[in-house]
Design a protein around this ligand. Structure first.
Ligand code: AP5
Length: 213
């Protein structure tokens, strides 16, 4: 399975990517996580990307395309992958096509804007492995710690109301048109990012024809 996850900030792309990755035994490539790691490690990429993330804007296409191409060339992507947060512009989608990487499906997770602010205000993310939780809808079974690795749970810097609104505007303007791009290729399947996580998971598995057992 070579899958793209599409959806507004806070739609649940990272959450579904984690679940699908475990189920299908394929790697997830999250450009957001890669960029946040680069910022934490103060690399050249991190220094160039930081201002865009904190302002809720997209990092320039050439920077992101380069890191994704390199990541996709590694061995663990040979049998499939999940792209979470890429492509995010038509230019990025065209660059992926031009590089010869074929995707099977584009899963669009639909969540209304009104729900997003509440979702992201309650999100907690593991500082070590990046697993997302929600204080109400998807709490960690280990309380204040990550249930997977025991890492500290933190609020992301771009999860404040002002930046969330900017990220939503950027999504509608620059990323949503990608649905039309892949729609023409007959690859888009849409699901509702429902209030109950288990309902969304069921819908996602059904849309992708994945056995729930
Ligand atoms: P990125 O990290 O990709 O952020 P995003 O797209 O804004 O998405 P989020 O990670 O905020 O949300 P999500 O959809 O993964 O939701 P989650 O599963 O956490 O990008 C960050 C920044 O990096 C960008 O702004 C940009 O600057 C830069 N960037 C990244 N990629 C780029 C690219 N390709 N080009 C240029 N720049 C790029 O879920 C959210 C919350 O909801 C959680 O608390 C979760 O527990 C909860 N939840 C999930 N599903 C459900 C459900 N069904 N019901 C109830 N709660 C749920």
């Amino acid at each position: 399975m070579r899958l793209i996850l599409l959806g507004p900030p806070g739609a649940g792309k990272g959450t579904q990517a984690n679940i699908l990755s475990e189920k299908l035994k394929i790697s997830t490539i999250s450009t957001g996580a890669m960029l946040r790691n680069a910022i934490r490690e103060n690399t050249e990429l991190g220094r160039r990307a930081e201002k865009y993330l904190s302002d809720g804007q997209l990092v320039p296409d050439d920077l992101v395309v380069a890191i994704v191409k390199e990541r996709l060339s590694r061995d663990d992507c040979k049998n499939g992958f999940i792209l979470d947060g890429f492509p995010r512009t038509i230019v990025q989608a065209e660059a992926l096509d031009a590089s010869g990487v074929k995707v099977d499906k584009v899963l669009s997770i639909e969540v209304p804007d009104e729900t997003i602010v509440e979702r992201l205000s309650g999100r907690r993310e593991c500082k070590s492995c990046g697993t997302p939780y929600h204080i109400l809808y998807n709490p960690s079974k280990s309380g204040e710690r990550c249930e997977k690795c025991g890492g500290e749970l933190i609020c992301r810097e771009d999860d404040n109301v002002e930046t969330i609104k900017k990220r939503l505007a950027v999504y509608h303007e620059q990323t949503e048109p990608i649905k039309g791009y892949y729609g023409k290729q007959g690859k888009v399947v849409s699901v509702h990012g429902r209030e109950k996580l288990e309902d969304t998971v069921k819908e996602v598995f059904s849309a992708l024809n994945i056995d729930t057992q």
